[in-house]
Ligand binder design. Structure first.
Ligand code: SF4
Length: 355
């Protein structure tokens, strides 16, 4: 008999919206909203890594923070292990906080410069009632530092004595201190040198496997999440435009925006070239998104229907969702995994169409 692996969603996000009011005038009247997250739905299974990718302002960071309720969602549902978080009173949310942690892009700004690393980790344990006696706490701090590749002797040092990569390791140690089940990694390597980025991504991947963690890994670059993600969600202007298993998304992207993002990833071979798709125009304002498909003012495949009809996120292949009227054609334009000649090799530089 074959074993059937049943995967349970640890996180279920349904129609999540996080809007920020725009106020004007003497009485701060609300004159509009910045729709940072505007109807996002996905699930993350226990032990899964979901990469969330998009340009600045696409809503990826706000999505991660709204899930943890570090930013209050405007509407929608976020369930953690079956429990609704949106609208949950603060006192009921507090016990769940331990199970959901965040790793910030810039750990330095979240570390107290006057507190040694050992004290900072002890504080994290104390706040959550996990400091069990002096020796046990000391041992746990040493264990955490070792777990993230630092030396126990680093406990006595202060944040300014560490490099960027080491500080990010401390950020990871602090998140792990409370033995969470979910970690939202909010652009954890964006501020680091390229040479250090891979080390931190590898560390996060090893820890995820060893500790059976669940990650929502936010990044602005598809190449960063490729080797750590089981599935990848691509966001544009507050919405998910493509969601697929990692391998399928990189090999057969089904949204023109994903195709363009992939074209920006350099091939590590000087003898091979890939034509980059340079999107025309700027990202429109999230307070006034374009009608029809939000991507149409910049899309090199836009047709008349794209200006009027908003494409739903639909399943184009098993587990592969795309919000494009022409998802199948977008795939035909995509590069092969190794950058073989494809439709977009011929297409070359492409600008956006007029709105
Ligand atoms: Fe481009 Fe149209 Fe697809 Fe939108 S629906 S991504 S405008 S082809």
């Amino acid at each position: 008999m074959t074993d059937v692996i049943v995967r349970t969603p640890l996180v279920e996000v349904t129609d999540l919206r996080t809007w920020f009011p725009i106020r004007k005038g003497l009485f701060s009247r609300v004159v509009g909203h910045v729709k940072a997250v505007d109807g996002v739905s996905f699930t993350v299974d226990a032990g899964e890594v979901l990469g969330v990718v998009g340009e600045s302002g696409c809503g990826k960071t706000t999505t991660g923070r709204s899930i943890l309720r570090l930013i209050e969602p405007t509407s929608g549902s976020v369930k953690f292990d079956g429990q609704e978080l949106v609208g949950l009173p603060r006192r009921d949310l507090q016990p769940l906080r331990r199970q959901m942690q965040i790793v910030f892009q810039d750990p330095y700004s979240s570390l107290n410069p006057r507190m040694s690393i050992g004290t900072a980790l002890t504080e994290a344990l104390t706040v959550h009632g996990l400091a069990r006696g002096r020796q046990a706490t000391h041992d746990r701090v040493e264990e955490l530092l070792t777990l993230v590749g630092l030396s126990p002797s680093h406990a006595a040092r202060y944040p300014h004595e560490f490099s960027g990569g080491q500080r990010q390791r401390i950020g990871v140690a602090r998140a792990l201190a409370v033995s969470p089940r979910l970690i939202v990694a909010d652009e954890p390597v964006s501020a680091l040198d390229v040479s250090i980025q891979a080390q931190i991504v590898n560390l996060l991947r090893d820890l995820q496997r060893r500790l059976h963690l669940t990650y929502i890994f936010v990044a602005h670059d598809l190449s960063v999440v490729e080797h750590i993600s089981d599935r990848v969600a691509v966001m544009y202007l507050g919405r998910i435009v493509e969601l697929a298993p990692s391998r399928a998304l990189y090999r057969s992207p089904m949204h023109p925006y994903t195709v363009a993002l992939l074209s920006a990833i350099p091939i590590p071979d000087p003898d091979r070239r890939r034509s980059r798709i340079v999107l025309g125009g700027d990202v429109p304002s999230p307070s006034n998104p374009p009608a029809g498909c939000r991507f149409h003012p910049r899309c090199y495949m836009a047709q008349a229907i794209c200006r009027t009809d908003d494409p739903p996120l639909r399943e184009v292949a098993p587990g592969h969702l795309s919000a494009c009227h022409f998802a199948e054609q977008a795939m035909a334009m995509a590069p092969g995994k190794d950058g073989e000649a494809t439709g977009w090799e011929e297409t070359g530089r492409l600008g956006g169409t007029e709105p």
